[in-house]
Design a binder for this molecule. Structure first.
Ligand code: PEP
Ligand code: MG
Length: 322
């Protein structure tokens, strides 16, 4: 099996019936890029930039950020790199920001909500990203988008920073794709509207599941409700993918579900274009997908969407292509 994975390292990801999908990796620091390439990643589907902000006593400067983004883009040698803007709050705190304690941090002041208020922090990150954009294939993604207005505000700040840099004579790439994480049910439900304004979606199932099921992803006592295979989740995923395709956009997934061997047949059948996962899951996933027919998985997914419970779905898909 290991020999087969080695061979697959250099190959694209193609289903048994000849459909290409992209397998990318989730990373937290520039040091993770080596593992992505060793495991045959076709890109970075999620660079969680919050680690740049954590474990230090003050905000990272524009220069510190620029260097980190540039390093990742260069090491990926033109392969796509989706950088997610700061997603702090929720379970991830920054002591030096001195934010008040909240009753429900996962429903509170986090990610893009914080960035739209602390525009000083956000603008610094956007400038660093724009300056790094000429060193590779940069895609920018906003986390925790709940409304169209949030997306438009964030995009406007990006456009402003781009214009400022250009006026200063700094070169910025003209082909930066701009997307959002779909991890809040309101955004999945309105995906048809969002698809007219974004270049891509990346479905964040870690949060989408917790918000759809109203079950804290860290709370053991309600973990029985944390159900990736609940047909409600599958229907939301389908809505997002269909909405993207209707507008000629691509849809990826960067939550844990994207690398889960039980979920992969369903996600392939639902038409997911990009799967972003931990680097070590890439070769097993590529091997599994090579044994699956997308046309057959489409039928399987249609059956799953009609089921009543997560257990029935798991029963239907368990072991397929593994
Ligand atoms: C997600 O919510 O699925 C996701 C990928 O983001 P994070 O796990 O960083 O919240
Ligand atoms: Mg998330």
């Amino acid at each position: 099996q290991i020999a087969e994975w080695k061979k697959l390292r250099e190959l694209p990801t193609v289903s048994k019936d000849g459909v290409h999908v992209e397998l990318a990796a989730n990373i937290g620091t520039p040091n993770d890029v080596a593992g992505v390439l060793e495991n045959g990643g076709e890109g970075v589907g999620l660079y969680r930039t919050e680690f740049l902000y954590m474990g230090r006593s003050e905000l990272p400067s524009e220069e510190v950020q620029f260097n980190a983004y540039k390093t990742v883009l260069e090491k990926m040698e033109g392969k796509p790199v989706v950088v997610r803007t700061l997603d702090i709050g929720g379970d991830k705190e920054l002591p030096y920001l001195d934010l008040p304690k909240e009753m429900n941090p996962f429903l509170g002041f986090r990610a893009v909500r914080l960035c739209l208020e602390r525009t000083d922090i956000f603008r610094t990150q956007l400038r660093a990203l724009l300056r790094a954009s000429t060193f590779g294939n940069l895609r920018i993604m906003f986390p925790m988008i709940a409304t169209l207005d949030e997306f438009r505000q964030a995009k406007a700040l990006l456009t402003e920073e781009k214009e400022k840099l250009t006026a200063e004579g700094v070169k910025v790439s003209d082909s930066i794709q701009l997307g959002i994480m779909v991890e809040i049910p309101s955004t999945a439900v309105l995906a048809d509207h969002f698809a007219k304004e974004v270049d891509f979606f990346s479905i964040g199932t870690n949060d989408l599941i917790q918000y759809t099921m109203a079950a804290d992803r860290m709370n053991e006592r309600v973990s029985y409700l944390y159900q990736p295979y609940n047909p409600a989740i599958l229907r939301l995923v389908k809505m997002v993918i269909d909405a993207a395709h209707k507008e000629g956009r691509w849809a990826g997934m960067c939550g844990e579900m994207a690398g889960d061997a039980t979920a992969i047949p369903l996600l392939l059948g639902l038409g997911l274009d990009e799967f972003s996962m931990s680097a070590t899951s890439i070769l097993p996933a590529r091997s599994q997908i090579s044994r699956l027919s997308k046309a057959e998985m489409k039928e399987l997914a249609e059956q799953a969407l009609q089921m009543q419970t997560a257990e029935e779905v798991v029963e239907l898909v368990r072991g397929i292509g593994q």
